[in-house]
Design a protein around this ligand. Structure first.
Ligand code: FES
Length: 161
């Protein structure tokens, strides 16, 4: 177990169920997701049953239980993007990638996260891939966007051989 993880948990050593959320958020920020090892370590160090920790974590959409993919796709489902059919974008991503919100494709290439307003309401629906914003997204352009990710990835890998 990394010292960093233990350091984080030790700041919450007397944690109770309702103060678990900031601890889980900090761990997810550090690791990118909540691993089984991390949940078990929280249980060991705080004395809370792991089933309770999972119970809290799974209650909230914000927590992930799988590592992020090479391309992490955030889709805005805030009010303005919802009005501009962001649900169709989400469905198309789910259909092509065969994953749901919070999941990662089996090959580790893509992960999907549905989020609230990303602050670009006037140009929605908006998605963000590895920090790059793409606006006015249309469902029929999703496949090309994903293909573009893959060709960028292979160009990067070839460049770094
Ligand atoms: S609602 Fe999507 S950017 Fe604001």
């Amino acid at each position: 177990m990394s010292e960093t993880l233990d350091d984080i948990i030790s700041r919450y050593i007397n944690t109770r169920r309702d103060s678990l959320i900031p601890l889980l958020q900090e761990i997810q920020n550090e690791l990118g997701y909540l691993s089984e090892d991390a949940i078990n370590r929280i249980g060991q160090m705080t004395g809370l049953p792991t089933v309770k920790i999972y119970g809290v974590a799974t209650f909230y959409d914000q927590f992930r239980f799988e590592p992020q993919g090479k391309f992490h796709i955030k889709v805005c489902h805030g009010t303005a993007c919802h009005v501009n059919s962001s649900m169709m974008i989400i469905r198309e991503l789910e259909r092509i990638l065969k994953i749901k919100n919070g999941q990662t494709t089996r090959d580790g290439m893509y992960s999907l996260e549905v989020v609230n307003c990303m602050g670009a309401c006037a140009v929605g629906p908006v998605i963000n891939i590895n920090g790059e914003y793409i606006h006015d997204v249309e469902p029929q352009k999703i496949k090309a966007l994903l293909d573009n990710c893959l060709s960028n990835a292979s160009a990067y890998e070839t460049h770094n051989l």
